[in-house]
Design a protein around this ligand. Structure first.
Ligand code: 5GP
Ligand code: ZN
Length: 141
């Protein structure tokens, strides 16, 4: 059993094999499987087997491993399914669209006719003071 495990987490159960999934990659730390409700053909989720609530909580070594696998899968989606592009997305918190609170990376292959719209609008009406904003963010690094 992994070090971090949450009793009521569906992705922990998938990582432990208690709930089945269609796997595309597995090693001791990382699992990748097809999204049950895909946004496009080949939509894959990459997770750490250990439970971390979101991207911000994942230790650096595991984050590196997860993104390495996401990159390989992205390359494979292009060579095997002939995807023309890839969206890599990881949602943090409900406001950003996170519905499963176990870290995962969406690897979403894109095709010219997929009809998928990732909509970052509306743009903010407010005019930000970008240099001041950058300085404010830097204080947290
Ligand atoms: P989120 O909204 O948290 O960024 O993404 C969660 C993703 O997990 C969704 O795309 C959803 O379709 C997928 N998902 C939720 N439950 C299951 C499941 O039991 N099995 C699989 N394979 N995917 C799931
Ligand atoms: Zn979990």
């Amino acid at each position: 059993m992994s070090k971090n495990y949450e009793e009521n987490c569906i992705f922990c159960k998938i990582a432990q094999g208690q709930i089945s999934s269609i796997k595309v990659y597995e090693d001791e730390d990382i699992l990748a499987f097809l999204d049950i409700d895909p946004s496009s053909k080949g939509h894959t989720l990459v997770i750490t087997k250990e439970h971390f609530a979101n991207f911000l909580m994942v230790p650096r070594n595991l984050l590196d491993k997860a993104f390495e696998v996401a990159q390989k899968i992205g390359q494979a989606l292009i060579t095997t399914l002939h995807a023309e592009g890839i969206n890599i997305i990881t949602n943090v918190n409900e406001i950003a669209g996170q519905s499963v609170f176990h870290f995962h990376i969406h690897v979403i292959p894109r095709y010219s006719q997929d009809g998928l719209k990732l909509n970052f609008s509306p743009k903010q009406i407010e005019k930000f003071n970008l240099p001041a904003l950058a300085n404010q963010i830097k204080t947290g690094l």
